[in-house]
Ligand binder design. Sequence first.
Ligand SMILES: O=C(O)[C@H](O)[C@@H](O)[C@H](O)[C@H](O)CO
Length: 492
Amino acid sequence: MSAVIFFVVLAIAIAALMLLITKVNMHPVITLLIVALFTGVGLGFSGLETMGLISEGFGGTLKGVGLPIMLGAVLAMGIQDTGAAKSIANFFIRLFKGKKLELAPSLTAFIVSIPVFGDITTVLTSNIASILSTRKGISMATMAAFTVLGLNLTHGVVPPTPGILAVTEVMGADLGLVIFYGIIISLVGFMGTWLLLRRWTEKEKILPNPNFVKGIKPAKADDTVEDLLIEGENLPGTFASMLPILIPVVLISLSSFINMYVPEGNAIREIFAFLGDKVVALSLAVAYTMFLGLKYKKSVIESNYNATHNDNGAEGELAVATELENQDMAKNSNIKDILLNSWIARGLEVALAAILITGMGGAFSQVIKSAPAVNEVTSLVDGIPIPGILIPFLLGVLMMTAVGSMTTAGMTAAALVYPMLPVLGLTPLAATLAIGSGTLALNHVNNSGFWVTSQFFNLSTKQTLKYITFPHAVAAVINILVIWVLSSVGII
Ligand SMILES: O=C(O)[C@H](O)[C@@H](O)[C@H](O)[C@H](O)CO
């Protein structure tokens, strides 16, 4: 089969994905399954062969990312219930002395979203952003632009978020190094965009969702930094709150560096190889968070109760909190059950879709990667007169534009890029980071997260396009420039 037919089949497949997901509103899991099947047949495999590839890709991907996705979701429940996200935000409020307050939810979102899925981080940080917006009169345009950027940068570029974790696996890049450089690059992308666009976002005054700010008053002239804090009392300390994220990040990255510099057979290397295994590192983080939950029993019981008994957003939460006090439910709830059962059950509910979408993304990738025409495509790419690093980036952009899920986009782009690596002259590390950055660029109306964002940050569609889509594109460009430099000088 010629490269031309390969591209035609692929273009039809991408168009079909786009149509079915966004127009027909079919669930991505089933869409990917159907499209993968037709793509396989279009690429010259028999139906049975294609099904074999689908199973292989599905299972192979979940072998690498299934447990981490589940553990990440359980971790998210812990971060939510213990109040860790609020405590991290308070740390930044104090750090910046009550100024530049959009950085508090933004950097919190950046950190929390390293292991936690982006949409969950949106829910966790939007009320912090709304409260600070009311207290200091900061427009929700500014709050949304940087909070959602912060969370999507690490959602897209820093594992162990499921999508980029799966891309890392497909590309065969070193996980610890993707985390390490992903954080650095994303931080530059974030700061660069913030410096460039901060003033511009301040021009339009947008108020927060009133449900999130009931009872919150604007700060008075003589209010101190302490008055700005989110629910000042009974939150874990900053370091204790960051540990659920630091544990996996440090252990996984450290094991990669030790692997590079310490000779084989050395006991330290063996120990860290184990501790830095993604499942071990995330399990340790979950175990730690459970101990934290034990210590902050009261807020855990209340938050878990709210999470399992209502779905009316902040308004409901307030009502339930009062009801909770009245019934003195806190005394009767069993903390052991919450930590060992409810957190897992809630985590699984959130993780299931991500697990299946990622697995199906892997199935689709497997079909494309296995097509014999891939070799011809690779040599064709060799002739394209643009720098190699732009190819994985642009494929990330293209796939995100088409399928509207950063996770699915990253995985499908990875399938296309992997066979091209030798001709592109890129390391798996550089290509992985470039794909992740590409998936940031066109976050628009076909992304479910786009609507979650507009709802939680109280933005109209036009405002979401202006303050989410555009800053994301700017950050993606900064990211790829940094990646380009680092890759040209041989650092990544
Ligand atoms: O599939 C995905 O990876 C997610 O759905 C993202 O695209 C989120 O929606 C985004 O993080 C929120 O803005």
